[in-house]
Design a protein around this ligand. Structure first.
Ligand code: GTQ
Length: 350
């Protein structure tokens, strides 16, 4: 038998296979090459969601249901190759969440980890274990698993952010627990911005005992700072052929990714830059915060502008071209794959 082809089926073998099924058995040699593939064969496809189109539908949802009744008023970005599954990649979930002025999405917690990437609006907040963080476009905010969180909007404009969660991964492991707090807001524990002051300034409180460092003690990474970082590094001219200038959001307690199950990055592609083809085993969700360009993912060419969201499946070659200075936010399950010794990349000759 070869890795690629199942052994020939004979009438005797067929009759035998038919007798296995009622006994809840099957013969490995008939499905070896689909169970143990020579390389990743994702059902997920490359796809792009136009922000304007999703936004229109999300605003319609704003008239259909309150954030409170919905618990979370979100339109899920479903990968066309995984229809109906609530998945943007095989392991991850993404959605766009709307909180209207005056609304509260009530406090709850779950074993799924969440990230937020702010698309639109300013002045609304998310609270993690009773500490508010006020959000602006481009801010990256994390909600560690099992942390209480509620969202509120005291501003006078709609607030929309992208949610990324490890829902499919946690459900695959049958490890989902969730509970409501029983009140709209979890009691205020610390002043807004406390986490950033304590842990996000290149300093740590003296005598601080890290304890469980799987999640970053910083849960808000303001765009202003990340964007400035990219701009400062632009001056070095040290462009990576596959990534331009690309930074990952870090857990300052241990240098690891900010969350154990999802890794997030921000990258700058200057006007006219074309990246070399790159592939890796972590299927990745991208959104542009600034600029326009196109990404060729396998055979699919996706034209993107600000706030459009697109996804690249595992192991599909990705090339980005920037028509204007462009900034891409991205997230994937890379931290999980790295921990398990599964993560691979292929930089071609770059
Ligand atoms: O904000 O807690 O998009 O629990 C999906 C599930 C957001 C949230 C989602 C959630 C949340």
């Amino acid at each position: 038998m070869s890795m690629d082809n199942a052994p020939r089926e004979t009438p005797e073998r067929r009759a035998y296979y038919d007798r296995l099924e009622p006994q809840d058995l099957s013969a490995l040699w008939t499905k070896f090459s689909t169970l143990v593939t020579k390389q990743p064969k994702s059902r997920a496809t490359a796809h792009l969601w136009r922000y304007a189109a999703v936004r229109d539908l999300l605003m319609e949802a704003g008239e259909l249901i309150t954030a409170k009744e919905a618990e979370r008023r979100v339109l899920i970005l479903e990968n066309p190759g995984l229809p109906g599954d609530g998945r943007v990649t095989s392991s991850l979930y993404a959605g766009l969440q709307l909180v209207l002025p005056g609304e509260i999405a009530p406090a709850h917690r779950h074993t799924q980890t969440a990230l937020r990437f702010v698309m639109e609006g300013e002045g609304a907040h998310t609270a993690v274990d009773g500490e508010k963080t006020v959000m602006k476009p481009g801010d990256f905010v994390i909600t560690p698993n099992w942390a209480w969180h509620d969202h509120g909007n005291d501003s006078d404009r709609p607030m929309i952010w992208m949610d990324g969660l490890d829902i499919p991964l946690v459900n695959f492991l049958d490890a989902s627990f969730a509970e409501g707090y029983g009140a709209d807001e979890y009691p205020r524990a610390r002043p807004a911005g406390d986490n950033l002051a304590r842990f996000g300034q290149g300093m740590l409180p003296i005598g601080w005992e890290a304890g469980d460092t799987r999640n970053s003690p910083v849960f808000s990474y303001p765009y202003e700072r990340s964007r400035e970082t990219l701009e400062t590094l632009r001056g070095t001219g040290e462009w990576d052929a596959c990534h331009g200038i690309k930074m990952r959001y870090v857990n300052p307690a241990n240098g690891d990714w900010a969350m154990p199950t999802m890794g997030a990055c921000l990258q700058l592609l200057p006007r006219g830059f074309e990246t070399a083809a790159y592939r890796s085993t972590d299927a990745t969700v991208f959104t542009a915060t600034e600029g326009r360009g196109r990404s060729t993912i396998g055979e699919t060419v996706l034209e993107w502008g600000p706030r459009d969201i697109f996804v690249a499946p595992s192991w599909a070659p990705v090339r980005h071209e920037a028509d204007e200075d462009a900034v891409l936010f991205s997230f994937s399950d890379r931290p999980v794959q790295e921990k398990l010794g599964l993560w691979r990349e292929d930089r071609g000759n770059a």
